[in-house]
Design a protein around this ligand. Structure first.
Ligand code: SF4
Length: 773
């Protein structure tokens, strides 16, 4: 069987495959002793006790390495002497520090076709890739290749293209600042801005919305703001699974008197309660209640909810003028206040509550909690951004913050929470398909080559270009592109049309198995690996979600001597591809991160004296004007405009449901650590659909029913077969499924306006009893 015939996802075709599923009662608190136990089991099973504990002890410590999980910041000073990581950080370490390795024998014994029959969990558990491997055209098995030959193959192919724009270079959020910088430099000197990155699929709506509104596509708060604030609003974010150490910050915020409002269609354990395993209270099983008010919106009900809160605050302001809105802030820093109030007047409160899916009395409670408070932090994640109106909702969050003057002062501000450790740093390092002319001018001034000015392809555009045969080469720095992207069948077809696909990876994943005519896997170091260059242990640096840049120094012995760090891979590829055409000393960069940092300091604002500042144990904060009350609006200069956006219009057909994709607790992005989701009471299975009990009854289903899920968008039917119905606390008409299993239902052309982010948090589906084919 040709390896190009493999399935893009092993669909469950036999109901017996689902028999291991066990269901228990969803939890109302997160972490506690079970989190410690699960983390330790993973550590014992993968790297083993000694190697695992050595790694855990250094994770997120000032002289240690940055967790490769989410981008939640480390405390500036008071880091825990016990553990500065969460259950999922420990699982991430267990994955990357495993001693299982994939050598030439493994690839000789396992064809691509056979590997593709495994599910993503089984593939990930195979181990670390120990040497570069190559799949020739028509080949069935990856085979060993030397690094030099691998670089020559890629270089020859890149140099044979009719235009550099026939290649695209993807970046995942793990790539360090240093490797990101050299990578974009190589790509631009090669001649293209085709730089799709994982931001395109997650916080692009934030980056665009905030950049246009306040002048920076990043949040404005620091971790210390959480400890001195009045109210924290958490919208469309599930910190218990996706940013677990945020729970410690929320606990501390509550101890200091803050209130929390949670906004989410699902009742999530990590928003309700926290048992901190590092405190006596937590160990004794005593829960800190987190959300004081839980607003269970419909999927995409956030815009209506925000407007309803704003309208109620406006009503309160009219009753007691000058006590609810921050008129000083509004006068000094905003434009369009009156027009915005007129806009709010157009809405009926009951209609807004109905569109939000939340009883008006609860929205009134939220407004009451906010009306006399001025220090408000608003956090959000994919539940806001991955919608058609994601950019507009981000701007509505800014509207609310402006009314309350809750930006640019201590204890208040905007807090988009990023899901991958250096995703924010990648963008700061100019990994972007739409670079600003000013940035390109600077590259030209410092390096002396003319960077391409034409915008490149983002993720969705890259997939579409592959499909149309416009892209011939796809090079991925990390990630699992096929599992992370929407419309799996379409994307797999697109990837199969490539002439060459290359992945820089630590572990095997599905994107290695659905490939171009030829394919390469280039194995690289992970965060926890010791990075020796010229006999010296080196360190890289990353930027967290709050704009702190910090060093990260791995210390575990790599599982193979045949791994290169990402920066070396870039430099050797650049040298092989560009040869004498290049004006850059790639050998110098390959030998020294300090040399790279010296040049970053010349190009990127805020990185002056990078080599000195990065050696400060807790790192340094990047400049952030809005944090200090200095704004740069796209239309009004130093004043932020109140954005006027209508409510989203949804016209589901009869019998259709809203569906959001979510992660399980045993999952980090596309990495599946296990088959359980203990907070939601799911064990040993991932092909489940969470539905409201009334919807289940109305559809004539019962708990455990086997169903097929259909999406019909723009005349194309997509189907995900054989899922199990689970009754869950989710609003009527709304459903949830795990990705990547349900990505097949997200149409490639269903995207957020402006940011082009796939609408992975809302598609309309119909659910039918499973049909045996
Ligand atoms: S909160 Fe995020 S960064 Fe911190 S240890 Fe957990 S996964 Fe890693």
């Amino acid at each position: 069987m040709m390896s190009k015939d493999v399935k893009e996802q092993p669909s469950a075709e036999n109901p017996e495959e689902l028999l291991n599923l066990k269901i228990s009662k969803p939890k109302v608190w997160a972490a506690g002793i079970p989190a410690v136990t699960v983390a330790l089991v993973d550590i014992l099973q993968e790297p083993g006790f000694v190697r695992g504990m050595e790694g855990l002890f250094k994770m997120n410590k000032k002289d240690g390495f940055d967790c490769s999980g989410c981008a939640w910041p480390d405390p500036d000073d008071d880091r825990s002497p016990i553990a500065e990581y969460c259950e999922n950080g420990a699982k991430a370490l267990a994955e990357e520090a495993t001693t299982k390795k994939l050598t030439a024998e493994f690839f000789a014994q396992n064809s691509v076709f056979d590997l593709a029959k495994l599910n993503d969990y089984e593939i990930g558990k195979k181990g670390r890739i120990a040497q570069p491997v190559y799949l020739p055209k028509g080949g069935t098995h990856y085979q060993p290749i030397s690094w030099d030959d691998a670089f020559k193959k890629i270089a020859d192919k890149l140099n044979s293209l009719a235009s550099p724009n026939e290649a695209a270079f993807y970046t995942s959020g793990r790539t360090s600042n240093e490797a990101s910088f050299t990578y974009q430099l190589f790509i631009r000197e090669y001649g293209t801005n085709n730089m799709p990155d994982c931001s395109n699929m997650c916080h692009e709506s934030t980056s665009l919305g905030l950049a246009e509104a306040i002048g920076i596509g990043k949040g404005t708060v620091t971790l210390n703001d959480f400890y001195d604030t009045d109210v924290i609003i958490i919208i469309g974010q599930n910190p218990g699974t996706n940013h677990p150490r945020m729970l410690s910050a929320l606990e501390k915020a509550k101890q200091h008197g803050s209130k929390i409002i949670a906004v989410n269609p699902l009742h999530e354990a990590g928003l309700m309660g926290f048992k901190n395993p590092q405190t006596v209270k937590g160990v004794l099983g005593i829960t800190t209640q987190l959300a004081d008010l839980y607003l269970q919106v419909k999927i995409n009900g956030d815009m209506a909810l925000l407007k309803a809160i704003e309208k109620l605050l406006y009503k309160a302001e009219l009753q007691s003028p000058g006590t609810v809105f921050d008129h000083q802030f509004i006068k000094n820093n905003t434009e369009g206040y009156v027009a915005f109030l007129n806009h709010l007047n157009e809405f009926d409160l009951n209609h807004l509550a109905n569109e939000a899916g939340v009883p008006l009395t609860q929205i009134e409670q939220a407004a009451d909690m906010l009306k006399d408070k001025t220090r408000i932090i608003i956090c959000w994640a994919m539940g806001v951004t991955q919608h058609k109106n994601g950019v507009a909702t981000v701007k509505e969050i800014v509207n609310l913050a402006m009314l309350k003057g809750a930006i640019g002062k201590p204890g208040a501000g905007l807090c988009p929470v990023r899901g991958h450790s250096n995703v924010q740093g990648n963008r700061t390092m100019m990994i972007f398909d739409k670079p600003k002319p000013k940035q390109l001018d600077k590259l030209k001034e410092v390096f002396g080559f003319e960077p391409p000015r034409q915008h490149g392809y983002d993720v969705v555009e890259s997939i579409q270009a592959m499909h149309e045969g416009k892209l011939k080469v796809f090079f991925a720095m990390g990630g699992n592109f096929l599992s992370a992207t929407p419309d799996t069948t379409y994307t797999a077809d697109a990837m199969r049309k490539l002439e060459l696909s290359v992945h820089v990876s630590t572990k095997l994943n599905r994107s290695h198995l659905v490939h171009g005519d030829e394919a390469l896997i280039l194995p690289t170091l992970s965060r926890s690996d010791k990075d020796m260059v010229n006999g010296e242990a080196q360190f890289i640096s990353c930027e967290n979600s709050m704009g702190v840049v910090q060093m990260s120094k791995g210390m575990l012995e790599p599982i193979s001597k045949d791994l290169l760090n990402e920066n070396q891979i870039v430099c050797r590829l650049a040298k092989a591809t560009l040869g004498k055409r290049s004006v850059i000393d790639w050998d110098k960069y390959a030998k020294s991160y300090d040399a790279v940092r010296d040049d970053i300091a010349k190009v990127i604002p805020g990185f002056e004296n990078y080599n000195q500042k990065v050696r400060i144990p807790a790192g340094f904060y990047l400049p952030n004007g809005p944090r200090e009350g200095k704004f740069e609006n796209i239309k009004f200069g130093n004043k932020i405009d109140f954005n006027i956006a209508g409510l989203p219009i949804h016209e589901p057909k009869t019998g259709e449901f809203r569906m959001t994709t979510i992660r399980s607790h045993d999952q980090f992005n596309t990495t599946i650590y296990g088959l359980n989701d203990r907070y939601r009471g799911i064990h040993n299975e991932r092909r489940v659909i969470f539905m409201n009990e009334k919807d289940i009854a109305k559809a004539g289903f019962k708990e455990g029913e086997h169903v097929d899920i259909y999406n019909n968008f723009a005349g194309i039917e997509r189907v995900a077969r054989l899922f199990v119905v689970i009754p869950y606390n989710i609003p009527e008409g709304n459903t949830a499924t795990y990705y990547p299993e349900a990505n097949v239902l997200i149409p490639i052309d269903s995207v957020a306006e402006g940011s082009n982010t796939p609408t992975s948090k809302l598609v309309f589906i119909s659910v039918k009893k499973h049909e045996v084919k």
